[in-house]
Design a protein around this ligand. Structure first.
Ligand code: ADP
Ligand code: MG
Length: 232
C-alpha cells in the first residue's frame, strides 16, 4: 500500500520581497515498509521536504497525501495530531528538552500522545531499551554522548507508534563509528518492524547502502529517483 503520495509539491519562502523557491513541483510515492533516502547538497530543499511531510510546515502548492488524508488542506489541529500520532521525527541536533532526563524526554512524548500516567515510565524505559539505552536514563542531554542523545531522540520518535520515521541528517553531528551504529539501528527498525523510513542524508554512500531507494534533490527539484529495488 502507498503510505505517502506527494503530488506537485512546492514551497516558496519569502525573504523580504524576494521569493525563494525551496521546493519545486516535487512528486513521488512511498510504499509501506520502504526505506527511502533523500540526498542533495546543502540548500537543495531536503529539510523543507521533510518538514512538510512531518506537518511542521505547509506547502505553497501541491498535495501531501498521508494514507488518505491531505496534509496540505489540514488545519493546525489536524497537523498537530499528525505530528503526535502518525510520524516520528529525528533531527541532526537531537532537539531534546535540555532540562529533562532521557527518560523524561520520552515520557513527555507519551504524555502528548495521551498515554495514561502510570504506563508512561515503564513504556519509556522499554522504548529506551529497544534503542539500546539501558543506562543513563536519568541523565540530561548535556550529560549524554551524541550517540546516546540520538538514541533518546529515536526512542521519543517511536513513542506513539508512528507509521513513518522522518530523519533529517540523523548522523550529521556524530563521528563515523557512532553514525554507523545509529544507521544500523534505523535500518533494524525498518527491516525488523517494517517501519517506513524517509531519511535525509548528505552521505550518498550511506544512502545507497541502507535504503531501498535514493531520491536526489537539486535546487528544489528531483534530479534522480533510483526507484524501488526489486525484492529478493
Ligand atoms: P537543505 O535541507 O537541503 O539544506 P533547506 O530545505 O533547508 O535545504 O533549504 C532550501 C532553500 O530554502 C535554501 O535556499 C534555504 O536558504 C531556503 N530556506 C529554508 N528555510 C527557509 C525559511 N524559513 N525562510 C527562508 N528561506 C528558507
Ligand atoms: Mg537541511
Amino acid at each position: 500500500m502507498t503510505i505517502l503520495k506527494i503530488v506537485n509539491l512546492s514551497r516558496t519562502y519569502m525573504k523580504g520581497q524576494v521569493e525563494i523557491p525551496a521546493l519545486k513541483d516535487v512528486s513521488f510515492d512511498v510504499e509501506d515498509g520502504e526505506f527511502v533516502s533523500i540526498v542533495g547538497r546543502s540548500g537543495s530543499g531536503k529539510s523543507t521536504l521533510l518538514n512538510l511531510v512531518g506537518g511542521l510546515d505547509t506547502p505553497t502548492a501541491g498535495r501531501i497525501i498521508f494514507r488518505d488524508r491531505d496534509l496540505a488542506g489540514m488545519k493546525r489541529s489536524g497537523l498537530a495530531l499528525h505530528r503526535r500520532k502518525s510520524v516520528g521525527m529525528v533531527f541532526q541536533s537531537f532537539n531534546l528538552v535540555a532540562h529533562r532526563s532521557a527518560l523524561e524526554n520520552v515520557v513527555l512524548a507519551l504524555t502528548f500522545g495521551g498515554v495514561p500516567r502510570q504506563s508512561r515510565k515503564p513504556l519509556a524505559s522499554d522504548l529506551l531499551a529497544q534503542v539500546g539505552l539501558t543506562q543513563r536514563l536519568n541523565h540530561r542531554p548535556a550529560e549524554l554522548s551524541g550517540g546516546e542523545a540520538q538514541r533518546v531522540a529515536i526512542a521519543r520518535a517511536l513513542a506513539n507508534s508512528p507509521e513513518m520515521l522522518l530523519l533529517d541528517e540523523p548522523t550529521g553531528n556524530l563521528d563515523s563509528s557512532t553514525a554507523k551504529e545509529i544507521i544500523d539501528l534505523v535500518q533494524g527498525l525498518n527491516r525488523d518492524r517494517g517501519l517506513t523510513a524517509l531519511m535525509v542524508t548528505h552521505e550518498q554512500d550511506t544512502a545507497e547502502a541502507v535504503s531501498d531507494r535514493v531520491i536526489r534533490l537539486l535546487d528544489g527539484s528531483i534530479a534522480e529517483d533510483s526507484g524501488r529495488r526489486v525484492a529478493g
